[in-house]
Ligand binder design. Structure first.
Ligand code: GLV
Length: 331
């Protein structure tokens, strides 16, 4: 008998077809997020779940999902999953690293360029029919080329962002929990600095750290004050890494020049202050959202799930220790 699994949100046809070869699939293809209660009910008899960052997989939910063996997140970030609770219950947790690095780096660059050259402002100006002609001092932005780019979080995506900076003749500084090996620093032409030094030196600060209790409000009011008044902040990693209320205040006061944001605290609700500001470019958490990348992410998650249920080690297992605690089925 095929194991029962749940797919919590709409995925692609080929993802479902792949899953159906190995599993009995129940899927929520109307694409409204399941309520915690609906998720709880539907997971009661499931061996696997393919979920998204909008689904909270916590200890209470896991306690009732007695059959569950694997949680396959369709995302590289997994702060929606209590991995320790999964491990304690012998549930494998997986994510989708690698396949989204380039697309996510591209979006960070799009936000940087859009904020520097005021693209959303000029677009609404033109759409509003206000353009009466060319003027020398119209919509002056700042240069990206030859500026200093500071990357906080130099993992896979941070490194792709750094690579792209060479094409803009930028100087790159970075801060990371662990300093990179000298040959990687050399290849990326990136210099390691402290976080404060990075904030002081950079014209563009791009955040690429995962969200965790340690990175909660990594950028707050004091950090924004350390930045240049001409600097631009880009957050395309996770809401909560930036204190949004402090950022609204800083953008209003001109503490920094502008921001480009793809992620927010309390998504999909935004701090209302952002909507009234012109010096912020806003995107609805679409960092990895290209056709090819989202298909690749869904398929990566599906392969993780099927491998786990086949008794193999899934390629992107976050908690190898879970295999020691697993027993089947749990009662
Ligand atoms: C998207 O935000 C992801 O973590 O993949």
């Amino acid at each position: 008998m095929k194991p029962k699994i749940l797919v919590t949100r709409e995925v692609f046809d080929e993802t479902l077809a792949y899953l159906a070869q190995a599993c009995e699939v129940e899927s929520n293809q109307n694409d409204a997020a399941l309520t915690p209660e609906a998720l709880r009910q539907r997971l009661r008899d499931k061996r696997g779940v393919m979920c998204c960052l909008t689904d909270r997989i916590d200890a209470a939910l896991l306690a009732e999902a007695q059959q569950l063996k694997v949680v396959a997140n369709i995302a590289v970030g997994y702060n929606n999953i209590d991995v320790a609770a999964c491990t304690a219950r012998g549930v494998m947790a997986t994510n989708t690293p690698g396949v989204l690095d380039d697309s996510t780096a591209d979006l960070a660059w799009a936000l940087m360029l859009a904020a520097a050259r005021r693209l959303t402002e000029v677009e609404s100006y033109i759409r509003g029919g206000e353009w009466t002609g060319w003027r020398l001092k119209q919509w002056l932005g700042v240069d990206v080329h030859h500026a200093t780019l500071g990357i906080v979080g130099m993992g896979r995506i941070g490194q792709v962002i750094a690579r792209r900076a060479a094409g803009f003749d930028m100087r790159v500084v970075y801060h990371n929990r662990n300093r990179l090996a000298p040959d990687i620093e050399q290849r990326l032409n990136a210099a390691y600095v402290t976080k404060d030094e990075l904030l002081r030196q950079s014209d563009f600060v791009v955040l690429q750290v995962p969200y965790s209790p340690e990175t909660h409000h990594l950028i707050g009011a004091a950090d924004l004050k350390r930045m240049k008044p001409t600097a631009i902040l880009v957050n395309s990693t996770r809401g909560g890494v930036v204190d949004d209320a402090a950022l609204v205040d800083a953008l209003k006061a001109g503490t920094i020049r502008a921001a480009g944001l793809d992620v927010f605290e309390n998504e999909p609700r935004l701090h209302p202050g952002f909507l009234g500001l012109r010096n912020v470019v806003l995107a609805p958490h679409v960092g990895s959202s290209t056709e090819a990348t989202r298909r690749a992410m869904a398929m990566t998650a599906a392969k993780n799930l099927v491998a786990a249920l086949a008794g193999a080690t899934p390629p992107n297992l976050l908690n190898p220790e879970s295999r020691a605690t697993s027993h089947e089925p749990r009662t």
